[in-house]
Ligand binder design. Sequence first.
Ligand SMILES: [Fe+2]
Ligand SMILES: [Fe+2]
Length: 353
Amino acid sequence: MSTRAAGSVLLRQLGPRVFGPVSSSPATMSPVSSSPPRPPLALAGGGERGGTAVWVRLLSTSAAEAKEEAAASKGNAGSTAAAKAEAAEAAKEGDGKRDKVVSSYWGIAPSKLMSKDGVEWRWSCFRPWETYKPDTSIDLTRHHEPKVLFDKIAAYWTVKLLRVPTDIFFQRRYGCRAMMLETVAAVPGMVGGMLLHLRSLRRFEHSGGWIRALLEEAENERMHLMTFMEVAKPKWYERALVLAVQGVFFNAYFLGYLISPKFAHRVVGYLEEEAIHSYTEYLKDLEAGKIENVPAPAIAIDYWQLPADATLKDVVIVVRSDEAHHRDVNHFASDIHFQGMQLKETPAPLEYH
Ligand SMILES: [Fe+2]
Ligand SMILES: [Fe+2]
């Protein structure tokens, strides 16, 4: 019996038991099943036809969720009743579809969360307890003076040179610039965190909290992107640029971190200093009225615990504070290596963002 045929027989025998009874087709129902019907799971039915249906179902669920998020992001949390109503309608529509598709997993209903103002939590990508009030009093002017040749040539001037094409490409289109740069800024934390994670597994050693700190940074940067994409919509050639830059930057940073984490963290420290500068320029244009100070996206209001009437200016201020924190964390990490120590020997600055 060929492997394919064996697989087919096995699936026919075990499929109904593993994936539960099929709701629509009596021909594929398990004759021995006397238990109450389980919620239909994604793979129920099996086979080619079942597989196709699964994809259709998954896509339709995703579409409902996308509509829900789009509706939610149109207004701010407290003040835009229209956005709430639209989100509720989209959620209702989505719920209807979900009931037919995946209402629960192994009978465990998804938990319903409430925001602090008593509204049902609308975001699946972060939870109410993961939101925070950023420290906007952080020193924005702090600069790591490149004293040794290593800092001067390798990191400081590398970053300064990288800024030239960025300035030429975006000029003063700061909304677009921020969105594009966040696609890059979210890479180093993930790469560093991943490599430290693998090292911890390989060497049976603790990380000092640095894995979590770097992954938190990556997630925080990704939330910056989720926020700015509500403000500026990328054009097709900008999306293509992101694809190319990510391919190059991920691999370059991965190799750089393997060779010298001291160098890699220093580069990020200086990149963050540049980010602070860019957001300060963005603020200047907002204050001068050159860029419209639109209401803050709903996702930003919930993530940074901003007031319901917050504007884009408030968002830029809190994002800039986050960047200042990333600057300090990465210069700190580089300094630890510079002193001949490993990151795990010094506790990481956790839950500070
Ligand atoms: Fe950022
Ligand atoms: Fe950053």
